[in-house]
Design a protein around this ligand. Sequence first.
Ligand SMILES: Nc1ncnc2c1ncn2[C@@H]1O[C@H](COP(=O)(O)OP(=O)(O)O)[C@@H](O)[C@H]1O
Ligand SMILES: [Mg+2]
Length: 311
Amino acid sequence: MISVDGLTKFYGPRQAIKQLTFDVEEGEVVGFLGPNGAGKSTTMNILSCIIPASGGSAKINGFDIFEESLEIKKIIGYLPEVPPLYPDMVVSDYLRFAAGIRCVPKNKIDEAVEAALEKCWLKDVKHRITGRLSKGFQQRVGLAQALIHEPEILILDEPTIGLDPLQIIEIRKLIKELSKDRTIILSSHILPEITQICQRVIIINEGEIVAVDSLEGLTASLRKTERIQLSIREGQNQAKEILEKIRGVASVSQNDNGEFQIECELGSSLQDEIARTTLDNKWGLVELKQNAVSLEDVFLQLTTEETQVEL
Ligand SMILES: Nc1ncnc2c1ncn2[C@@H]1O[C@H](COP(=O)(O)OP(=O)(O)O)[C@@H](O)[C@H]1O
Ligand SMILES: [Mg+2]
C-alpha cells in the first residue's frame, strides 16, 4: 500500500532523512518511533505531499508522490504535529470547510461532517468555537478534519503531544477505534504509545532507520540475555559474589530497592539454580521473577549503541 524507497530530504545543506526504505501493508498500524529531530515529521510531510523529497521515491496505492500528489491527497488523511485549525471557526463550520477543500461532493458534505463528528466524539461541541476548546478536543477536531473525506490511510504526527494524561488515553482509544478499518502511520517519541497502538514499529534516529520489526520480534531479536530479579531478606553483602559464580550468570547488580538483577545467558533457565542457592545460603527468599526485556531497553540500545545492533 505504501512503498518508500531510498527517500532523502535536505533542508539546505542539512540532511534530515537519509535513504529511508520501508513498506506498509494495507490495514497495518505502523509506529514511527524516534527522538526529537529524528526526521519523523519530515517523512510524514513528504508522504502527505506537503513538502517535496530531495531524492528517492515513494508510492502510495501505486501513486507516485512526485507525479500524482493530487491522487494521493484524496486517499490520505493527515494530522500534522500542530492541528491545522482556524481558532475563530465553529467546529462544524470548520469541518464543512475541510470537507470542501478535500473535494467531498457538495451534496455529501453534511453527511461527511456528521460522520466525522460522530467518529471523533465531537457531537456535543459541534457548535463551539474551535479556539476555545481544550487541547484534547482540538486534537479530536484535527483528527476529524483528517478523516472528513474517508481516506484509506491516516498519517498522524505525534497525535498526543501536549495533551494531559486523560486526554492522551482518550485520543489513543480513538486512534485504536479508527485503526479497525484503515491503514495508519503514527509517529511518536513515546514508547508506550507505540506499544499500545501499533503492530509494527519503524525506529528512526538521526534521519536513518535503525530497525523495522513487529514489537515482539524487535524485543526478541535484540534480547541477548535474560534477566532474573531476586529479592531476599538477608545475606545482601555476600549474595552478589556467590550468584556471580553460578554457571550461566553474566552479571549481577543491585537496584535502588535492593533487589538483585541477575543477567543470565539466553536460554540458561537458571531460576531453579538461583532459588536453590538462595535457600542453601538461608538468605530468605522474598521474590524471584523473570524480567522480559522491555521495548524501552531495546529503544535505548538502538539509539545509543547502534553499532552493536545486527540487522
Ligand atoms: N523547515 C526546516 N528547515 C531546516 N531544517 C529543518 C526543517 N524542518 C526540520 N528540520 C531539521 O530536520 C531534522 C528532522 O526534523 P523533523 O523531521 O522535524 O524531526 P522529528 O519530527 O522526528 O522531530 C531536524 O534536525 C530538524 O532540525
Ligand atoms: Mg516532529
